[in-house]
Every structure is written in structure tokens, then in C-alpha cells.
Ligand binder design. Structure first.
Ligand code: ADP
Ligand code: MG
Length: 244
């Protein structure tokens, strides 16, 4: 049996007295795409942020490609380089050109030489369809293009797992499709992905597994056709009735 890409066991997270994640279990196989859906405030972002320890779990265990992120002795900076993250806001470095946005962390964190970093960057710009924007500044790009650059920047670190937190929620509707198209292509290429999204059509078509979260618990998980197409729990049904 191949080793899972991500194993989350008994994950708990509190902010002071507020228990946000109560008991989360999730196993993700290599190449699997998991979409996480659920109402605002249900803990989706917190769960994703715990995977790369942007939030420190209060309890439980997280293992990514065999590395226990929650082990106090883990080299967290090193472990994090294997996990790419794309947020709702594009978070590009405004004062750097597109190509430099893609090379800076490769050089500083991965210690890649200038030539290699630039080759990797150009390859990933091509993957997201933005080769011609290498020398543009972020402000000259549309929101959709900026988000594709953010994806290319994450890919330039050669991650083993990609985390997406509502990557299309801040975009004008006409720009959403291009970003989802890039994500779909990544999924087809076999990238392991955890995607928090309200795009139910995308989840239905691309996800191997859908997780419905509510109140800090995973209420329901399974194949997209089951969770979205034939939900078993009342809370899943009423959420879907509101968003579909
Ligand atoms: P979702 O992404 O599903 O909308 P979040 O994970 O962002 O949910 O938030 C879950 C709950 O945790 C919310 O009640 C939110 O206010 C709270 N929360 C999130 N981050 C923090 C924080 N840094 N400090 C205190 N409370 C937080
Ligand atoms: Mg969120």
C-alpha cells in the first residue's frame, strides 16, 4: 500500500475558549483531490491552516508525506516547503515583477541558483498560461491573472501537496473559470490537493472526495456524487439547498 499524502487524526483547535475544530479525521491519498465545503465559520480555513502549521493545533496529529508536522522536533520551515498554499487574496509581492515573485523563495528558501529558479518559474508560468506576463508587475494584472501567478509561485517550490482556501471567492465572476481551469489541470496531472471552495460544480467534477464541515466537525464525507448529489445529513442538505 502506498503511504497516504496527508493523515489528520483527532485534530482539535481552540482560540482561547472558542473550540473551532472539535475532532477532525481525514486521510488523503497521493494524487487525490479533496474539496472541503461548509458554512462560513465552520472551521474550514483553520483546518487547512493547521495542515502546514500556520495555526498550531491544540490536539491531534498531522502527517504530511510521512513527516509529522505536529512533532515538536520537526524542522517546520523545511516541512512547509513541501506544502503549497493559495489564499483567497492573491498575496503577491507588489513591488516585484511576476518572474521575481516566482523566483524569490526558490532562491532564498530552496537555495536554487538564479538560472534554475528562472527556468522553474518560466515553466510554471507556462503551466498557468501566463508566459507573456513574466515581466509585468502584479498591479498590471487582472485578479484572475494574479491568482494564476500565485498558483505558479506555489508550484515553483515543487510542492507535494497544494492547499487552496477559496481561491476564486475574491474574483469577478468572469475570471473564476480560468483559475478553476488551472486547478483542474493540476488535478489531472496528479497533484494532491485540498480545496476549500463554494464552487459546487468544480467539486462535483474534480473532487475525488468531498468533506462537509459544520461547527468544527466533519459531518459527512465521501465521493462528490454522494455528498453533493445525495447528502445523508440534514445539515448537509440545508447547506446545499442554500448554495446550489
Ligand atoms: P471558515 O473558513 O469555515 O469560514 P474559519 O476557520 O475561518 O471558518 O473560522 C472558524 C471560527 O474560528 C470562526 O468562529 C472564527 O471567528 C474563528 N477564528 C478563526 N481564526 C481565529 C483567530 N486567529 N482567533 C480567534 N478566532 C478565530
Ligand atoms: Mg475560510
Amino acid at each position: 500500500m502506498t503511504e497516504p499524502a496527508v493523515v489528520i487524526t483527532g485534530l482539535k483547535k481552540s482560540f482561547g475558549p472558542l473550540e473551532v475544530l472539535k475532532d477532525i479525521d481525514l486521510t488523503v491519498a497521493p494524487g487525490e483531490v479533496v474539496c472541503i465545503i461548509g458554512p462560513s465559520g465552520s472551521g474550514k480555513s483553520t483546518m487547512l491552516r493547521c495542515v502546514n502549521l500556520l495555526e498550531e493545533p491544540t490536539g491531534g496529529k498531522i502527517v504530511v508525506n510521512g513527516v509529522e508536522m505536529t512533532d515538536p522536533d520537526v524542522d517546520i520551515d523545511r516541512a512547509r516547503t513541501k506544502i503549497g498554499m493559495v489564499f483567497q487574496g492573491f498575496n503577491l509581492f507588489a513591488h516585484l515583477s511576476v518572474i521575481n515573485n516566482l523566483t524569490v523563495a526558490q532562491r532564498k528558501v530552496l537555495k536554487r541558483g538564479e538560472k534554475e529558479a528562472e527556468e522553474v518559474a518560466r515553466h510554471n508560468l507556462e503551466r498557468v498560461g501566463l508566459s507573456e506576463k513574466a515581466n509585468a508587475m502584479p498591479a498590471q494584472l487582472s485578479g484572475g491573472q494574479q491568482q494564476r501567478v500565485a498558483i505558479a509561485r506555489a508550484l515553483s517550490m515543487s510542492p507535494e501537496v497544494m492547499l487552496f482556501d477559496e481561491p476564486t471567492s475574491a474574483l469577478d465572476p468572469e475570471l473564476v473559470g480560468d483559475v478553476l481551469g488551472v486547478m483542474r489541470q493540476l488535478a489531472d496531472e496528479g497533484m494532491t490537493m485540498l480545496v476549500v471552495t463554494h464552487e459546487m460544480q468544480f467539486a462535483r467534477e474534480v473532487a475525488d472526495k468531498v468533506l462537509f464541515m459544520d461547527g468544527g466537525y466533519v459531518v459527512e464525507q465521501g465521493p462528490a456524487a454522494e455528498v453533493i448529489g445525495n447528502p445523508q445529513h440534514d445539515r448537509t442538505k440545508s447547506f446545499l439547498a442554500r448554495v446550489l
